[in-house]
Design a protein around this ligand. Structure first.
Ligand code: C5P
Length: 221
């Protein structure tokens, strides 16, 4: 959209899982529907921002009007995010694989007498931490997610500091909360100043509420 409180702002959103190849037909992935990241992209667009959505493979359609950059691996997601800068705000909602296979095989690995292959793993870049690092291209506002099973707010505050981001949206994913793959969530918004708990909201409503908080942040003075 071209009207709305985020008119003239560029928002970068990551969404979905990453796929890390083992060989040409196999990969390691994280569970992620992309529902929340895509809903955030739609809400930021609705609020008037120009939106770049860097997404791993999902079944979610890209909201009409966003610039979709489809990627598969964490390394590709990192490069696509850096290429999308500068941005006023970055929201990292992707479930990035923490590790990739260090040396993916160029050929399909055969089953056989040698037994199962040993996969050496290498650590992936932390996209949220990299975008949060101080530099000329750092978005003015960087938002990450945290999934916790206990001491949700305290752990999320520690994660905010560790990653160097501005805000963390923390959710309780302990068994029985139905956060994963569900359509609604209870989130805590952690900033440098405060922690506030949102009521249970649908993923689209979480997107709208986050876009509203972002718009209020940019329009506060
Ligand atoms: O460290 P953890 O995976 O719990 O952090 C979650 C947050 O960090 C999410 O916002 C996720 O999108 C982001 N992240 C990232 N790159 C990684 C790992 C996590 O951007 N390699």
């Amino acid at each position: 959209g071209t009207q709305g409180p985020l008119k003239g702002r560029h928002a970068l959103v990551t969404s979905g899982p990453t796929h890390e190849p083992i060989d040409p037909v196999r990969y390691i992935a994280n569970r992620s529907s992309g529902k929340q990241g895509h809903a955030i992209a739609a809400a930021l667009l609705q609020a008037g921002a120009r939106v770049t959505l860097v997404s791993g493979p999902t079944h979610e359609p890209a909201p009409a009007g966003v610039t979709l950059v489809p990627i598969e691996t964490a390394a590709e997601m990192m490069a696509a995010c850096q290429a999308a800068l500068p941005a006023d705000v970055a929201v990292c909602a992707a479930a990035v694989a923490d590790w990739r296979v260090a040396t993916p095989s160029g050929q399909k690995i055969k089953k056989g007498a040698g037994g199962p292959p040993a996969l050496a793993l290498a650590e992936n870049p932390d996209i949220l931490a990299t975008l949060s690092a101080v530099g000329p291209n750092r978005p003015a506002l960087v938002v990450g997610f945290a999934a916790e099973t206990e001491d949700v707010v305290a752990h999320a505050q520690a994660k905010r500091a560790r990653k160097g981001c501005d805000w963390i949206l923390a959710n309780d994913v302990s068994p029985g909360t139905q956060a994963f793959g569900g359509d609604s969530n209870i989130l805590h918004l952690i900033t440098a100043e405060a922690a506030s708990t949102w009521p249970r909201l649908s993923k689209p409503d979480i997107g709208t509420r986050l876009a509203g908080a972002i718009a209020a942040h940019f329009n506060k003075d």
